[in-house]
Design a protein around this ligand. Structure first.
Ligand SMILES: N[C@@H](CCC(=O)N[C@@H](CS)C(=O)NCC(=O)O)C(=O)O
Length: 217
C-alpha cells in the first residue's frame, strides 16, 4: 500500500525543496502543509525540533531536513546502493547544504558591503563547490555523483544550480549584477552542468518544474 505522506514547510523552496524533488522524482505522492509565517508561532512547540521541515510518514513524525531527505531517498531508491555510494551521495548533500546560510549572510548585509560580499561568494564559495562537484564527477565516470546511477546527491546538485539560475531568487539575494557571470561559471563546469540537465530532464521532475510555485527562495 502506498504510504501516507505529508511534508510541512513554509511556502518556500528553502530546506524543503530537496525533499520535494526526491519525492517528485519517483512519483511518491504527498500532501503539502504550507505554513504561513504568521501561523507558525503557535505551531512551533508541537514540532519535534521546533522547526520546519517536518515529514509525516505513515504516522511517524520526522524532523531535520537532511535526515528527511535521506529517509525519502532510501524509500525512493535514490540513496545509493552500497555503503560507499551512500557516503558519496550524503557527502555532496552535506556540502551543498552549507551554501544556503552564506546567501542569507549576504542578504542581511548593509547595501554598501553587499557587492564585495557577493563577488567574494562567487569567487570562493560558489567556485569551490562547483569545482569539488566537477572533480568528484570526473573521478567517478562523469555522469552521477555515486558513479553509478542517479541518487539524491545528483538531485542536490540540481537543486543548487537551479537556485543560482533562477533570476528572481538570486536578485532577491543581491546577486542581480553577477547573474551572467554565474551562468558562465556554471557552464564552465560541464560535468556538473550535465548532472543539472540530467535531473532537470527526468520526466517527473520536468513535470513538477512546470507547476512549481515561484517562491522568493
Ligand atoms: N537543522 C534544521 C534547521 C531547521 C530550520 O532552521 N528551519 C527554519 C526554516 S528553514 C525554521 O523552522 N525557522 C522557524 C523557527 O526556527 O522558528 C533542519 O535542517 O531542518
Amino acid at each position: 500500500m502506498a504510504p501516507s505522506v505529508k511534508l510541512a514547510y513554509f511556502p518556500l523552496r528553502g530546506r524543503a525543496e530537496l525533499i520535494r524533488l526526491i519525492l517528485e522524482a519517483k512519483g511518491i505522492s504527498y500532501q503539502e502543509e504550507l505554513v504561513a509565517s504568521d501561523k507558525w508561532g503557535p505551531k512551533k512547540d508541537s514540532m519535534p525540533f521546533r522547526s520546519l521541515p517536518v515529514l509525516h510518514w505513515d504516522g511517524e513524525v520526522i524532523g531535520q531536513s537532511l535526515t528527511i531527505a535521506r529517509f525519502v531517498a532510501k524509500k525512493a531508491g535514490l540513496a545509493g546502493n552500497t555503503d560507499i555510494e551512500q557516503a558519496r551521495a550524503d557527502a555532496i548533500v552535506d556540502a551543498v547544504s552549507d551554501i544556503a546560510p552564506k546567501l542569507f549572510e549576504i542578504k542581511n548585509k548593509d547595501e554598501s558591503s553587499k557587492p564585495a560580499a557577493v563577488q567574494g561568494f562567487v569567487d570562493n564559495n560558489l567556485t569551490t563547490i562547483l569545482s569539488i562537484s566537477e572533480n568528484l564527477l570526473k573521478n567517478r565516470g562523469g555522469k552521477f555523483i555515486t558513479g553509478n546511477k542517479l541518487s539524491y546527491g545528483d538531485i542536490a546538485i540540481f537543486n543548487l544550480i537551479d537556485l543560482f539560475l533562477t533570476k528572481e531568487v538570486m536578485t532577491g539575494f543581491g546577486f542581480g549584477h553577477v547573474l551572467e557571470a554565474i551562468n558562465k561559471l556554471i557552464k564552465n563546469h560541464p560535468l556538473t552542468y550535465g548532472v543539472y540537465n540530467t535531473v532537470k530532464n527526468q520526466p517527473k521532475i520536468a513535470e513538477y518544474l512546470t507547476k512549481r510555485p515561484s517562491y522568493p527562495f
